[in-house]
Design a protein around this ligand. Structure first.
Ligand SMILES: [Zn+2]
Length: 147
């Protein structure tokens, strides 16, 4: 699925010479429309490269640039951040997993990443409940089966 571009000003140009070796998985605690609104607001100070939900794939930041998603500058520079529509009482839909696995497979193939070790939950970076109800294992195993 080709992404639909959505606006954000919340990113840094380039990656300060750092190569991308992680995909960081997040949940929105809301729908994809909520992520669109948050990232479109310069005052929020946050963004991600991609957002998935309600059958759609949105892109906010080019992979060559640094999105503000991990709460850690060094990790932001070395990673691609992907948001998923879900909340504590609502797991991601089957569609959301399918789109995520397709996207992560493409990224892992292009960049030579091992899904089992280089696709990581946000909670591995900083103390956070994110990605909540998103099963990182399911994404890892789905990608591994396709590579
Ligand atoms: Zn997160």
């Amino acid at each position: 699925m080709e992404p639909v571009w959505k606006h954000t000003e919340n990113y840094s140009a380039g990656r300060e010479g750092t190569s991308v070796d992680r995909i960081v998985i997040h949940y929105i605690v809301g729908t994809l429309a909520a992520a669109d609104a948050t990232f479109a607001d310069p005052g929020s100070g946050v963004s991600a490269h991609y957002g998935i939900g309600e059958g759609a794939l949105h892109q906010y930041v080019s992979e060559i640039n640094t999105a503000w998603h991990a709460g850690d500058l060094a990790m932001n520079r070395r990673s691609i951040g992907i948001e998923h529509s879900a909340d504590p009482e609502r797991a991601p839909s089957e569609d959301t997993y399918e789109i995520s696995i397709e996207l992560c497979t493409r990224i892992c193939r292009e960049r030579g990443l091992d899904p089992q070790t280089q696709i990581i939950p946000h909670g591995d970076v900083v103390a956070t409940a994110c990605p909540g109800t998103v099963s990182v294992r399911r994404i890892r195993d789905g990608v591994a089966a396709r590579l």
